[in-house]
Design a protein. Sequence first.
Length: 249
Amino acid sequence: MSVSVAVPIGIAALLRDIVFPPSCAHCHCRTGRHGGLCPRCWSSMRFIERPFCEVLGTPFSHDPGPGMLSAEAIAHPPVFDRLRSVALHEGIARDLVHDLKYRDRTDLAPMMAGWMVRAGGEALNACDAVIAVPLHRSRLFSRKFNQSAELARHVARLSGKPFSPRALHRRKRTAQQVGLTANARALNVRGAFAVPESCLPDVFGRRIVLIDDVFTTGATVSAATRALKRAGAVEVTVLTFARAFSGPI
């Protein structure tokens, strides 16, 4: 007869730290706790903070007052209701995205999601469900996991909101967006997403937070938003870890 012995949480954590000492999630130098960055890496992250455009989340060089919109948001209103991102897609933020996406660093997802919950703020508090931008099944098979779904799962857990992993379906395989122009990206993902009939109750009349890892031109999340709004979503907030800009910020 086997006997199981319960190990106190404090002792288990101590043993874990001895075997796997806490280290920076980026440069791997020793730190005081797991799941964070060292002071040097943290200080080099360019977080997106207020003041910014209330719709596109684009940082302003000065504070124009509450509720102000950028010229881009006024001239070209997006199909989604607002965009929020944690940091500029450069340096360490870009490395973290690439490590999660291409190097199977799923251990980074809880840390990155924690920052996304902070960036999501009021939109997450008011939403009814968290949904990830899906991969096509063929790409999911080759990549083994969907980085956006990993982030969404942890964002939902940390914010206490329902995660609806099947509410959005990628019904056609698209080419890689990397290297395509903005127009080519939009054409590439046109009609790529749909809400399955069985999942309509998860979307209809709901406020949705749509999760992706990076916002570049917005083609992918715009196509996904159109599918959600056709299915009756009343509001869609796009929440990403990183945001790419073509010019200086």
